[in-house]
Design a protein around this ligand. Structure first.
Ligand SMILES: Cc1cc2nc3c(=O)[nH]c(=O)nc-3n(C[C@H](O)[C@H](O)[C@H](O)COP(=O)(O)O)c2cc1C
Length: 201
């Protein structure tokens, strides 16, 4: 059996969600598990466009096996009209076989997002990302208010999961609270997955 890992599965066009994914991965490693970063290809407005198997840069494209074999999942997307981006939804819509076989039942999962505007739909996007994961039987882990960044942030950060305010030009970097909450989610997923693993008979 391969080393257990938390899958950090995300889509990012301009890099903000990608930076959140990297911080979550560091939290996962601090929590004692390996992080596997994977992205998904863009979808085309043409009927079908076939992307190269390997992206030109950044994380590899996720396979269904990456998802099937994970010990837990962090799912990230930019906010698009208050919802997750189509490329991630498209990938999730291809996971029926994992649903039929219950491959993800009982595994911990958390969600994260980045927006251009501060009140432009972070929470709705996070909630929309939870729905398919609940259908898969995953155990949703948000962020507790014992994470003091939740009370002190003037940027992103919600009890539903980490978020980032990238600004209208998309150039605002993650601030200290946004970083802390990304790391906290990663650590929480890793420690929860390890605890669940240890209680399996
Ligand atoms: C089609 C589209 C819809 C968007 N909808 C929203 C929105 O509802 N609220 C918001 O604040 N930002 C919205 N944005 C901005 C992105 O969420 C924001 O730039 C995000 O930080 C991009 O993440 P990325 O750098 O990982 O690609 C939208 C962007 C696009 C292209």
């Amino acid at each position: 059996m391969s080393t257990p890992y938390i899958l950090v599965l995300y889509y990012s066009r301009n890099g903000s969600t990608n930076e959140m994914a990297r911080q979550i991965a560091r939290g996962i490693e601090q929590g004692g598990l390996e992080a596997r970063l994977r992205t998904v290809p863009a979808v085309s407005s043409e009927c079908e466009a076939v992307a190269a198997d390997i992206p030109a840069e950044g994380a590899l494209y996720a396979s269904l096996d990456d998802l099937k074999n994970c010990a837990g999942l962090a799912l990230g997307s930019p906010t698009r009209f208050g919802n997750m981006a189509a490329p991630l939804k498209y990938f999730l819509d291809g996971t029926s076989n994992l649903w039929l076989t219950g491959a993800l039942v009982g595994k911990p999962a958390g969600v994260f997002t980045s927006t251009a505007s501060l009140h432009g739909g972070q929470e709705t996007t996070l909630l929309s990302m939870m729905m398919p994961l609940l259908h898969h039987g995953m155990l949703i882990t948000g962020l507790p208010y014992s994470e003091t960044s939740l009370l002190n942030t003037t940027g992103g950060g919600t009890p539903y999961g980490p978020s980032h305010h990238a600004g209208a030009d998309g150039k605002r970097k993650l601030d200290e609270h946004e970083v802390a909450l990304c790391r906290a989610l990663g650590q929480r997923l890793a420690t929860t997955a390890l605890r669940l693993e240890n209680t399996r008979g």
